[in-house]
Design a protein around this ligand. Structure first.
Ligand SMILES: *Cc1c(COP(=O)(O)O)cnc(C)c1O
Length: 501
């Protein structure tokens, strides 16, 4: 930004029309400014140290900013306009399923009976939410082909942790504790993390030249010391693991169990069921597949579903039907225990239930069908000008790479930054790790044909720019309040104070 003294930029007002610079609240505060007006005290004043004890009372009041209500509201509202969101446009972040969240879900989640209930209210006062939980569990079991579901985990990663804890408990309970977990090289990082947190040794399995896992590679490392295999289907290359039935058999023959990473369920819903393929336990990412808002660290929900052999190990409490009433069951002697202080992120459960019920069986299948069609359409439009490492029909996402741009010295990171100038959130980049310079694109079912065409045109245009004017790509973004940051330095030496430019 130019910064002539006294210029509009140097005064720290608008950067571009109605987009603002934003100082920290600490810099905005002025002593004595207030957001509330309290009436004068009309009860006897008490020394807080007497009331709370010496240790609980500070000698000095920390230097918190003092602000008016309007200062605070404007600060956070302005910051919120810096965000990109699914409600603004395509958000093609591969593996994250950033699809549209219907407003109906929000309406239902705000019903006072759901929004204002306290987690410690006794079951006789919580019949409504318990019924919703039991019905959602039943629906997820039906969708996945599993027998029981716990809604407790608060994220996919915690669902994985719960699943691997159950696998471990299962082997230990049978007097056959095992040491290893097999994980394909295309797996999400949370898979090895969940295994390692359970003291398992992670054994990587290479995917084949066609991008999928082959039974021979699994057979080679499968043995009586292997607790199980963690598998994502479709995998993170967007490819259906076509040998999954045989692979599950190989693991089961040696007493192992198969964990299904369900993050990509958006490609399968209503078409095929992981349980029928041989999966013993999997997590659902309600915030991905079942359209509850996510991103920016917002709440998630990662229910975990199991076949009956793992049901005794489910986290407590387990919600269940009790005649025509609903109850919470704590009598699970082999349970891995509690994962969450209450029932998990209940608001997400309400939204997911509203989504499942409003779409129904056919609607869910249509979502998956459209998600798969959209990904294949994008791939078809891009494959002539972009390198496609595994060029075959995909499921709900497709992976490109920067290989053809090597000559122009333009990388995946440059392309991602340039996409911002075109008005798009960049796709997932440099993942999966098996593809050098990966761009992982998941359009989801939300996009119209015209929307997909616009995005394809943007990528085709960037490819042209890379050849004709590579500097403009290499130095992108140009249309944002800040241009390209030195990301390493920003992480190591963050400068958090606002400085007029
Ligand atoms: C998102 C994701 C996870 C982790 O789920 P969170 O809900 O983010 O914890 C695991 N595996 C894959 C393949 C994912 O895409």
């Amino acid at each position: 930004m130019s910064s002539a003294p006294g210029s509009v930029e140097s005064l720290g007002h608008a950067t571009r029309g109605l987009a603002w610079e934003e100082p920290l609240l600490f810099e905005r505060g002025r002593p004595g400014r207030k957001g509330v007006d309290l009436d004068p005290l009309d009860v006897p004043e008490v020394d807080p140290k007497q009331l709370l004890g010496e240790a609980a009372v500070r000698e000095e009041i920390p230097e918190l900013p003092e602000l008016s209500e309007v200062d605070v509201i404007r600060h956070f509202t302005r910051l919120s306009t810096w965000n990109y969101a699914v409600d603004l446009g395509l958000y093609p972040l591969g593996s994250c399923t950033m699809k549209y969240n219907p407003r109906l879900n929000e309406k239902v989640a705000r019903l006072p009976g759901f929004a204002e209930i306290h987690p410690l209210q006794p079951p006789e006062q919580s019949q409504g939410i318990l019924e919703l939980m039991v019905r959602l569990e039943e629906a997820l079991a039906e969708i996945s082909g599993l027998d029981r579901v716990s809604l407790q985990p608060a994220a996919g990663a915690q669902g994985e942790l719960a699943g691997i804890m159950m696998i471990r408990a299962y082997h230990e309970q049978r007097g056959d504790p095992r040491k290893k977990v097999l994980i394909p090289d295309s797996a999400h990082g949370t898979n090895p993390a969940s295994a390692a947190l359970n003291d398992f040794e992670c054994v990587p399995i290479p995917s084949g030249a066609d991008g999928v896992l082959h039974p021979e590679s699994v057979a080679e490392v499968m043995g009586p010391d292997v607790a199980g295999l963690m598998l994502t289907n479709p995998n993170t290359l967007g490819l259906f693991e076509e040998h999954i039935v045989r692979i599950c058999e190989i693991v089961h023959e040696q007493g192992g169990l198969v964990y299904g990473d369900g993050a990509n369920l958006n490609a399968l819903m209503g078409r095929s069921r992981p349980g029928d393929m041989g999966i013993d336990v999997m997590h659902f990412n309600l915030h991905k597949t079942f359209s509850t808002p996510h991103g920016g660290g917002g709440p998630g929900a990662g229910p975990v579903g199991v076949k009956n052999i793992l049901a005794p190990y489910l986290p407590i409490p387990v919600a269940r039907r009790d005649g025509d009433r609903f109850a919470l069951d704590y009598e699970f002697p082999h349970s891995i225990g509690r994962l969450h202080g209450s029932f998990g992120n209940v608001g997400m459960l309400v939204r997911a239930w509203a989504y499942v019920r409003s779409l129904g069986r056919d609607g869910l299948r249509q979502c998956s069908d459209m998600a798969v069609l959209n990904a294949n359409y994008l791939l078809a439009r891009l494959r002539e000008r972009w390198h496609v490492p595994y060029d075959r029909p995909v499921m709900h996402e497709c992976v490109l790479s920067d290989k053809l741009l090597e000559d122009c010295k333009v990388t995946t990171l440059d392309v991602a930054k340039r996409l911002i100038d075109y008005g798009y959130h960049p796709p997932t980049i440099y993942f999966p790790l098996v593809v050098h310079g990966a761009l992982m694109i998941e359009p989801t079912e939300s996009e119209s044909l015209e929307g997909l065409d616009r995005f394809a045109e943007a990528l085709l245009s960037i490819e042209r720019e890379a050849r004709e004017d590579p500097d403009v790509v290499r130095s992108a973004p140009h249309r944002t309040p800040r241009s390209r940051l030195d990301e390493t330095r920003a992480a190591r030496k963050p400068i958090l104070r606002w400085q007029p430019s």
